[in-house]
Design a protein around this ligand. Structure first.
Ligand code: NI
Length: 313
């Protein structure tokens, strides 16, 4: 979210979710809380615990504004309602996480990051801007050659939910076409700038542009340049109600900030030391499909749901 200033200026209220603040069932979200956007099933045993999943819709200006994690009692929603329009974390069995890097490629930082990932045999996912791919196609080609996944992050980072008619076509289709032209295949996942989406938009993106909408469950706010150590600590340990890395986590970062790249060696080494295995977002999604939710007749305690929505990126 290098385009921080854009977020502050251009985003009117209620369009972008903000930093998550957990709200317990006994302390529900304030009246007027926006409707749910993403429903993330919680696995048995809490591998992807609800506390780690950023939720709540934001209210105001793209910076930290109050929002809420709403946890519903078990089985409160019919199973149909669990159908998701966007993904913040994935239900997996095993210590798998996905590192994601937005807003690049950057001429110098992305190649440095690729070196760091390569040394550790880690595959990550890059949500790229069409505008930047145009300038650095060779970096994208290298990323794909080294096993990373490419996702669409729009052409030039507008809030997609505020676009005039026809804007989505340019932002998504043109970017996907350029990615395909550059690396030989079109992306199947995308991340909306600022996480600005809603269920209708997310479903339209999947249906009309063939991409699943990917949000995140760990957000170090690295775009605010808090320094490498802080970025690392927030990814590992969480921050402001957002838990750190957990199995099934989708971790947000940006490969256009020096501090983020400097944070990566120690962060990745710490995660590896804890036993985490890194996969691409599509690999993480595929794992979930192999671990479907329990049938509706299963024990109610096996079916926790909660509602999520996002900000940033
Ligand atoms: Ni972004």
């Amino acid at each position: 979210m290098a385009l921080d200033s854009l977020s502050a200026q251009a985003l009117p209220s209620a369009s972008v979710a903000s930093s998550p603040i957990s709200v317990s069932p006994t302390n529900p979200a304030p009246l007027g809380s926006p409707p749910l956007v993403t429903v993330t099933p919680t696995p048995q045993g809490g591998a992807t615990s609800s506390s780690s999943i950023p939720t709540g819709i934001a209210s105001t200006n793209g910076n930290a504004s109050p929002s809420a994690t709403v946890r519903t009692p078990d089985m409160q929603l019919p199973l149909e309602a669990v159908e998701r329009s966007a993904y913040s974390s994935i239900r997996v069995e095993g210590p798998y996480v996905a590192m994601t890097f937005d807003d690049g490629p950057d001429a110098t930082l992305t190649p440095r990051l690729l070196d760091i990932l390569k040394e550790r045999h880690i595959h990550a996912t890059f949500f790229v801007l069409g505008q930047r791919v145009q300038d650095h196609p060779e970096i994208l080609q290298r990323a794909v050659a080294e096993g990373h996944e490419i996702g669409n992050h729009s052409w030039d980072h507008p809030p997609l939910n505020k676009l005039a008619e026809g804007g989505l076509q340019h932002q998504l289709a043109d970017t996907s076409a350029l990615i395909k032209q550059t690396v030989g295949h079109a992306p199947t996942i995308m991340r909306p700038p600022y996480g600005a989406t809603n269920p209708r938009l997310s479903r339209a993106i999947e249906k009309e542009y063939g991409m699943k909408v990917i949000l995140w469950s760990v957000d170090p706010f690295d775009w605010k340049d808090p320094g490498a150590q802080v970025v690392s600590s927030r990814i590992l340990n969480g921050w402001k109600g957002s838990g750190g890395a957990k199995p099934g986590a989708i971790i947000l970062s940006h490969d256009i900030h020096k501090g983020t790249i400097e944070a990566m060696p120690s962060t990745l080494d710490a995660l590896l030391a804890k036993g985490y295995k890194f996969v691409t977002v599509s690999e993480l999604l595929a794992m979930e499909s192999k671990n479907p939710l329990p049938a509706p007749s299963a024990s109610p305690s096996a079916q926790k749901t909660h509602r999520t929505k996002k900000r940033s990126s």
